[in-house]
Design a protein around this ligand. Structure first.
Ligand SMILES: NC(=O)c1ccc[n+]([C@@H]2O[C@H](COP(=O)([O-])OP(=O)(O)OC[C@H]3O[C@@H](n4cnc5c(N)ncnc54)[C@H](O)[C@@H]3O)[C@@H](O)[C@H]2O)c1
Length: 418
């Protein structure tokens, strides 16, 4: 996404000068896929040569798209080398790494931008627009449920995401988007967090119940490949084959590890209850094995409520998804004493429901974009607050107690204004 933005859709005023990766084959593939660049073209560097890349190429901005547990390493090194940083979500995954990022940002004064594309989905921007209008009065409580289906959800159980120390678990890796939306929609930050979480579905017991005992460690050459609806066929998808299967001998990174493995350490069923500094309550559910994919949210206000539902996928049948088409989003405004009104949902074209083209415009060609009255740009502060609900929820699950966010930050030596 970023490579295309810099070299194709927003190439005016931008230049991709170098790529850095631990896998030389994937690096070469990425250069082959990019259009030729002016000057000396796209230089490539092994991960160990990251600092040399910065000193030789002198980039203005470093874009970080490595696995989550490594974000802080590159963010900190890029900031200290005098660069601005754009990073994929989550900004990082735990308090120690968060402190390293915040300290480096404060010491250098350079910018960290977290690329929260979900804020830019037109339907979600519209919710912000409606809430800003004040039509439902003061927001008091929010019910927010996000469902991942058995194709998308299963994918988090195949590779680095499935280990808490690599992704922070889904409450950080995935929910960073949702908690960021929540913070932005209600205009506040969490003060206390309670949570429950368990791995109920992607387990050896489910494999046994499905008659999949004797499965392999990965889908390639798995003895039960044909019978498993959760298999990932890397050979069948050209993009996945080129990117992962054809490059795996360079670093031993297997994209298709078994979702029934016993060493998985993340949850697939999670609920969070949070209280916000402005008095709003949140009730949140994330499920990674739902029969359908999408979200439901209700904002309860003093004058009425606002409900949004988005069905992205109707269901998964025999491993195949039935993608929802057309009228798959509804927004309902129900003011006290009135009948519910269906709102025409804002729509857009492009990836992530029309979010990515808008976000990329603001990131790479801001002069051509209108002033953003919704304040969608996200710095290290929004990046930090978006992960703190998940980090606190992980702590709440581990300790069985409600977590006071300010006390948690103080204990970690982190000062972060609200
Ligand atoms: N915003 C979104 O909607 C969205 C969607 C998907 C992924 N993401 C984020 O993008 C990031 C990448 O996800 P992905 O699925 O592409 O992961 P991936 O594992 O497929 O790709 C990561 C890349 O980093 C490289 N890498 C690994 N270790 C490295 C190191 N030490 N130094 C340099 N390079 C290294 C790998 O070789 C690989 O090319 C993650 O942070 C993820 O959370 C965001």
């Amino acid at each position: 996404m970023f490579r295309r933005a810099v070299t194709e859709t927003h190439k005016q005023g931008n230049e991709l000068v170098a790529l850095c990766d631990v896998n030389e084959k994937r690096l070469a593939l990425s250069v082959r896929e990019a259009p030729p660049q002016p000057g000396n073209g796209i230089a490539t560097y092994a991960a160990v040569d990251f600092d040399r890349m910065i000193s030789e190429q002198k980039p203005d901005t470093v874009i970080v798209t490595v696995p989550d547990y490594l974000h802080h390493e590159y963010i900190v090194r890029a900031l200290r080398a005098g660069c601005n940083v754009m990073t994929e979500k989550p900004m990082t995954i735990d308090l120690v790494k968060l402190k390293a990022v915040l300290d480096a940002q404060q010491e250098t004064g350079k910018n960290v931008t977290v690329t929260f594309n979900y804020r830019y989905t037109p339907a979600r921007t519209q919710l912000k627009d409606i809430l800003l209008s004040g039509v439902i009065g003061d927001i008091q409580a929010v019910d927010f449920r996000w469902y991942l289906d058995r194709v998308h959800g299963a994918d988090y159980f195949r590779r680095w995401h499935r280990y808490k120390d690599k992704s922070g678990g889904l409450l950080v890796h995935k929910s960073t988007h949702h908690f960021d939306l929540m913070n932005w929609w209600v205009g506040s930050t969490p003060v206390s967090v309670a949570a429950n979480g368990k791995r109920a579905f992607y387990t050896p017991a489910t494999a046994a119940a499905l008659g999949l005992e004797g499965h392999g460690d990965r889908c390639q050459d798995c003895p039960v490949f044909d019978r498993c609806d959760y298999r990932l066929d890397l050979d069948a998808d050209e993009e996945l084959r080129e990117m992962y299967l054809d490059t795996e001998d360079a670093d031993g990174y297997y994209r298709d590890r078994c979702v029934w493995a016993s060493d998985i350490t993340i949850e697939d069923t999670m609920q969070v209850e949070a209280a916000y500094a402005n008095g709003v309550f949140l009730n949140y559910t994330l499920c990674a094995y739902s029969p359908w994919e999408g979200l439901e949210i209700t904002f309860q206000g003093s004058k009425g409520d606002l409900t949004h539902k988005h069905v992205e996928v109707h269901g998964v049948f025999g491993g195949q998804r039935d993608k929802a088409a057309g009228e798959n989003m509804t927004t309902t405004l129900h003011l006290a004493g009135q009948r519910p009104q269906q709102i025409d949902v804002w729509a857009g074209e492009g990836d992530h429901g029309g979010a990515d083209p808008v976000m990329l415009g603001y990131l790479f060609d801001p002069a051509t974009m209108p002033e953003d009255k919704y304040g969608r740009a996200s710095s290290h502060r929004e990046g930090a607050w978006s992960i703190l609900t998940g980090i606190a929820a992980n702590k709440a699950i581990a300790t069985g107690t409600k977590v006071d966010v300010d006390a948690m930050l103080a204990e970690a030596g982190i000062e972060l204004g609200r």
